[in-house]
Design a protein around this ligand. Structure first.
Ligand code: HEC
Ligand code: HEC
Ligand code: HEC
Ligand code: HEC
Ligand code: HEC
Ligand code: HEC
Length: 372
């Protein structure tokens, strides 16, 4: 009998190891850290996160009974890239932390609160930061003009996170349920916001769930992006390749890759379909979702660099410090950040310092290893 119990225990432990439960990473802390029921305590407003000392105005009440809008909780403007309040951790996308930024970048570069000075070209000018792009009112490389892109926003309609599109409503409602349902680590389903990479609806990936959560810290501590061996075709199913079936306006990438996601807004440079054109030379744009060749200069990129990350064709189970030419792929985020960087065109490095035959390292040379 004891033997049976022991076998049973081993069997159950075996199953749990073989089919690990998804790593839930739901937010922690008391409700009042984030919510206010009436937006009133002692007759004073409670929805005040981000309301003072910021370049933007942020006044409640907010949907979801939360105490701030996206930047209220994620752009507190302090010296911490992760802010802790009442036992809850708030990852920051607008901050002054000198030790570095979270993986998406830092909107503070656009306004010049951090970095070498203000510039609209350093990032996505989401309306929440109160500064529209003076030059770009539509996404360069768009499929069609879209009303409202002069007011690009964090989430929902004319936004990136949550359910996108005109029928969804913008901001917090477009994320409904995702904060409390948030899953960490391997995100291989991506059929809803909560189980998509960073609440980017329909994008797969692996979220760094180690000590350096939300960060691309170094070769062994970073997010893992999901890519494909050939770029998404946005013409394959016409309007549906971004809008989904039945004329539904829940815009998302059909192939669930990070580059496909960027391509829903930037997939048509010079009205040429697709984010990367071809998978073989001659190219007419820098290729994306293309395999790093296992030959010539590319074969030398074998140790993962957070300065020019590659994506994996299969969402991995763990973070890896290696790059495998012949398998790993180039993506938009190999060169760009998602929110904002300290450099023009939202690049990960200063393009002006990429001088051929001058002994430089990093940046373009991470892959083009013999051009320096
Ligand atoms: C650290 C921040 C935080 C804490 C703590 C928190 N919430 Fe939330 N909650 C949010 C945010 C942000 C939203 C809105 C966006 C969303 O739905 O993802 C939300 C949405 C909700 C929703 C609507 C969506 C859903 O998931 O059902 C309910 C209900 C809710 N919270 C209840 C609670 C209760 C009850 C507590 C305390 C036991 C609590 N929350 C604690 C941040 C928090
Ligand atoms: C009331 C505070 C609050 C508000 C408002 C809020 N968030 Fe969050 N958000 C949080 C906290 C806290 C976390 C950290 C969750 C965790 O610990 O995993 C988080 C996590 C996230 C993440 C990372 C999820 C992951 O994959 O780990 C994203 C993306 C995000 N929020 C986007 C948004 C957007 C976009 C908005 C506005 C529409 C928003 N949040 C509004 C508190 C908030
Ligand atoms: C919801 C649509 C949308 C998505 C998705 C999107 N962008 Fe953009 N992007 C825009 C708009 C609108 C602009 C122009 C306004 C601005 O730059 O603030 C822009 C501008 C840019 C710029 C130029 C910045 C400048 O000011 O010169 C770069 C680079 C860029 N995006 C890269 C990306 C990358 C990389 C991704 C994917 C991680 C992405 N975009 C996803 C809408 C989008
Ligand atoms: C490459 C991706 C892509 C393709 C293909 C595409 N769209 Fe869009 N469309 C978008 C994006 C992105 C939005 C903005 C969604 C939002 O508001 O967040 C949009 C918005 C719209 C809107 C809302 C109106 C507006 O101005 O905001 C309509 C209507 C629309 N698209 C129709 C179409 C039709 C019809 C087709 C096929 C002829 C099509 N789209 C093909 C990306 C695409
Ligand atoms: C190999 C590096 C690299 C990759 C990969 C890359 N870009 Fe760029 N991107 C650049 C550089 C450099 C510029 C500056 C303008 C130029 O050289 O054309 C730029 C400019 C841009 C701009 C601004 C264009 C304008 O008119 O101001 C957008 C938008 C953009 N990229 C989006 C994307 C998207 C979306 C992807 C993925 C589908 C992507 N990029 C992949 C390097 C890259
Ligand atoms: C993550 C790796 C990676 C980074 C970073 C990168 N490239 Fe590339 N690049 C590639 C790959 C892979 C190809 C396609 C090689 C092939 O299949 O022939 C390519 C192709 C090119 C080509 C066209 C070559 C041809 O055969 O037509 C040029 C030019 C180029 N890259 C320039 C740049 C510049 C400039 C930068 C920096 C802004 C850059 N690349 C950054 C990986 C990268």
């Amino acid at each position: 009998m004891n033997n049976i119990v022991t076998y049973l225990k081993i069997f159950i432990v075996g199953i749990v190891i073989y089919f690990p439960f998804p790593l839930y990473s739901a937010i922690t802390g008391t409700c009042s850290n984030c919510h206010t029921m009436h937006n009133s305590q002692n007759a004073s407003e409670m929805a005040t996160y981000g309301a003072s000392g910021q370049p933007w105005t942020d006044v409640g009440p907010y949907p979801g009974l939360v105490r701030g809008d996206c930047l209220g909780c994620h752009g507190m403007g302090t010296a911490n890239k992760i802010e802790t309040l009442g036992g809850s951790q708030f990852p920051q996308v607008y901050h002054l932390d000198a030790s570095g930024d979270l993986a998406g970048g830092n909107f503070a570069y656009i306004l010049g609160a951090k970095g070498s000075g203000a510039s609209d070209a350093k990032g996505h000018n989401v309306i929440e930061i109160g500064n529209t792009d003076d030059l770009l009112t539509q996404p360069p490389g768009r499929r069609h003009d879209i009303t409202g892109f002069q007011s690009l926003t964090c989430a929902g309609t004319s936004g990136c996170h949550g359910k996108r599109g005109t029928i969804q409503g913008s901001g917090i409602p477009s994320l409904k349920g995702s904060h409390h349902g948030n899953i960490d680590g391997k995100l291989d389903t991506a059929d809803d916001v909560y189980n998509s990479y960073r609440f980017l609806n329909g994008v797969k990936g692996f979220e760094n769930n180690g000590t350096f959560k939300w960060q691309n810290k170094d070769a062994n501590n970073h997010n893992e992006y999901f890519g494909s061996a050939s770029p998404a075709s946005f013409d394959a199913t016409g309007c549906q390749s971004c809008h989904g079936p039945h004329g539904n306006l829940e815009v998302k990438p059909l192939n669930k890759t990070m580059s496909g996601f960027c391509g829903t807004c930037h997939g048509y440079f010079h009205l040429l379909e697709g984010i990367g054109g071809d998978t073989s030379s001659p190219f007419t744009r820098h290729p994306n979702d293309i395999i790093l060749p296992d030959s010539s200069e590319y074969a030398a990129y074998t140790s993962y660099s957070v300065e020019a990350p590659v994506a994996r064709q299969v969402v991995p189970d763990t973070i890896s410090g290696s790059v495998t030419p012949g398998s790993d792929v180039v993506i938009c985020l190999s060169c760009h950040t998602a929110h904002a960087s300290n450099y023009p065109d939202m690049l990960r490095w200063d393009y002006d310092t990429m001088v051929t035959e001058a002994g430089g390292t990093g940046g373009c040379f991470t892959c083009h290893t013999t051009k320096n």
